[in-house]
Design a protein around this ligand. Structure first.
Ligand code: SF4
Length: 245
């Protein structure tokens, strides 16, 4: 069994080896090597649903973590509940220490407009880091075609934030391939995808975009921000007109 002590050379070797592997093979490898020290982290977007579907045949009791920031779209909440029931997921909703009301009391109203990096840190980065404590590896739905900042995503790497192994079995899959799988298996998905939301986060920070727009461009559209900080360090650029940091 592998663990946290894998060397950089071992990890890079696996990353190369997995480039031509089916995601089921990668997920099986992860389950065989990490067992109950493996967690799937998903926001129940298309790639996450494919991941959960494949895991049904590999290790259906694998711990699933999803961030509930308190600002999820009702459509997302409904989808999470429906898939939890359908797949009988071992699901934990990871919530920040502060409710939205407590955050407003301590940091002021609409922190996501004034300082989204701090808001994401409080509501996403810290809770996930705490939730992953005690695990050895986590699975994510990151894909290279999602944005320029994700273009070099390795299939397996050492996560600098948590020191855990981070596994992105679909890193080299395209958006089309994900949707082909979803439709072929008649899987449910967030209905917001059908009305212009290619990527779905908090309702406070996500808007519909044109069909040909970058898939992450509807996230934090008030800012030059495309990442919450869970996966990729984000340093926000100066505020645009009408937005104060
Ligand atoms: S996406 Fe927006 S509301 Fe959600 S945690 Fe980040 S800044 Fe806050």
């Amino acid at each position: 069994m592998l663990g946290l002590n894998m060397s950089a050379a071992q990890i890079n070797g696996l990353a190369d080896q997995f480039e031509s592997a089916d995601p089921r093979e990668i997920l099986s490898w992860a389950n065989n090597n990490f067992g109950d020290k493996l967690a799937i982290v998903t926001s129940f977007q298309a790639t996450g649903i494919v991941t959960l579907h494949m895991m049904q045949e590999i290790a259906p009791a694998t711990q699933v973590l999803t961030l509930d920031t308190g600002f999820l779209f009702p459509e997302t909440v409904d989808l999470v509940n429906a898939l939890e029931e359908r797949f009988q997921l071992n699901l934990r909703r990871v919530r920040p220490r502060q409710t939205p009301q407590q955050q407003a009391r301590d940091y002021g109203d609409r922190l996501w407009e004034r300082n989204p990096d701090r808001c994401c840190h409080i509501r996403k980065t810290i809770p996930l880091r705490e939730a992953l404590s005690g695990y050895s590896a986590w699975v994510t739905g990151l894909r290279r075609d999602q944005s320029a900042s994700r273009a070099n995503t390795p299939i397996i790497s050492r996560d600098s934030r948590t020191s855990l192994l981070k596994i992105a079995p679909f890193a080299n899959w395209s958006e089309d391939r994900i949707w082909t799988y979803l439709r072929a298996h008649d899987l449910p998905y967030n209905p917001l995808h059908d009305i212009g939301y290619p990527s779905i986060g908090c309702w406070t920070c996500t808007k519909a975009v044109n069909q040909d727009a970058d898939s992450r461009s509807g996230r934090w559209w008030r800012r030059d921000k495309t990442e919450c900080g869970i996966h990729i360090e984000h340093i926000d650029k100066p505020a645009r007109e009408g937005v104060h940091a």
